[in-house]
Design a protein around this ligand. Structure first.
Ligand code: MG
Length: 377
């Protein structure tokens, strides 16, 4: 099952004030759309992002400041923009989440609920039940009270199985206001899952202040450190930060002994206050013998997302005389970035010798230290 999130950012809405469409205005230092995209990208079951842009924005310097995504060009209407986004999803996509770029506060829990509901329905979308009394009014006076039972305020992300939604869009009239309307017109069931009051859509200037306050209230940054050592033994290569480096010796360990990846993984567990690799993957358990260490890192990254944290950056230092790390640094950053769903500019892999002192200086083994920051999403 492969899930692609489509972020619809092709609108020109300027009701929020300012010269730029609201999704490109800054919210806590980055574009509104970047917040929504980062939260979708951080979810362990979201595999790819498609960003639908207004044609005028294709050459702008705004959207490159958002997380990496496949770019599609928006159409005349919202439905046309979504259709272009659907046409751009990577091969193998079976489910899509369609999200409004102007909702920067979606939570991991909302994404969880939408995806879980898709196990039982072709469509699912978050909504909040209307609790205020609804009036009819005319000329400044109340003329009646509307029945609010069974009324909901719709939110995004709206989730669908790809095939049925493509068919629904192909048959749509084009004036539908959202994908739930498109799906229902085609006879698809759309399950309602619990939305959240904080999942606001930025429309007016006041909404920016409200979103900043909500983000400020939830500001939660965590730091973890990791330290690991593996000894040298016979062999002709070492695994370091996911890269196989030729060497006259190999590192010994229960797994592939990737000391750098272990330190980074332990730093994530440390920031979460959730133990360490040895606790999650006991060396006494034969199933982890010779295991590729990215299994441990994948687990820690998923655990962070499960607890509502996105990894902000990671810094790893390898301590050894040999092999030389410099020629492999870029590859290590790229591999670690892929496992951590992070741009490699947010990952540092550096190396130092210990001036021939101690066990690393005597080339008996390699040590690694790592620091990772997590940010509550
Ligand atoms: Mg280790």
């Amino acid at each position: 099952m492969t899930t692609t999130a489509i972020i619809v950012a092709a609108g020109r809405g300027t009701r929020a004030g300012g010269d730029l469409p609201k999704q490109w205005q800054a919210l806590r230092g980055k574009p509104v759309a970047a917040h929504a995209m980062a939260r979708l990208a951080a979810h362990p079951h979201v595999d790819a992002l498609v960003l639908v842009l207004h044609p005028d924005d294709l050459d702008s310097d705004l959207w490159p400041r958002v997380p990496a995504a496949i770019v599609a060009t928006g159409g005349e209407t919202r439905a046309a923009s979504v259709r272009n986004g659907l046409a751009a999803v990577p091969t193998g996509t079976t489910r899509v989440l369609i999200h409004d770029a102007a909702r920067p506060l979606l939570s991991q829990a909302i994404i969880d609920r939408v995806l879980a509901a898709l196990d039982h329905a072709p469509g699912a979308a978050p909504a909040v039940a209307v609790t205020d009394t609804l009036w009819h009014g005319d000329g400044g006076a109340v003329t009646g009270i509307a029945d609010r039972t069974r009324l909901f305020r719709a939110q995004t992300p709206q989730g669908f199985h790809l095939g049925p939604l493509l068919a629904a869009h192909a048959a749509a009239r084009g004036d539908e206001t959202d994908d739930v309307a498109v799906a229902r017109a085609a006879g698809l069931d759309v399950a309602i899952v619990a939305g959240e009051e904080d999942n606001i859509k930025i429309t007016t200037p006041e909404d920016f202040a409200r979103a900043e306050k909500l983000m400020g209230d939830r500001m939660d940054i965590r730091v973890g450190n990791g330290y690991d050592v593996h000894r040298f033994g016979d062999g002709d290569h070492v695994w370091l930060c996911g890269v196989q480096v030729p060497h006259s010796r190999s590192l010994q360990g229960h797994s592939d002994a990737d000391v750098g990846m272990h330190a980074v993984t332990d730093a994530i567990y440390g920031a979460l206050g959730k133990g360490d690799i040895g606790q999650h993957f006991p060396p006494s358990d034969p199933q982890w013998k010779g295991a590729a260490s990215h299994i441990f890192l994948d687990h820690a990254v998923a655990l962070a997302a499960q607890h509502g944290y996105a990894i902000s950056n990671a810094d790893c230092t390898l301590v050894c005389e040999y092999p030389k790390i410099g020629p492999h640094q870029d590859a290590m950053k790229a591999v670690m970035g892929a496992y951590m769903k992070l741009d490699s500019s947010r990952i540092s892999v550096k190396a130092t010798t210990s001036e021939r002192l101690g066990f690393t200086g005597r080339e008996e083994g390699i040590a690694a230290l790592a620091t990772v920051t997590l940010v509550k999403t």
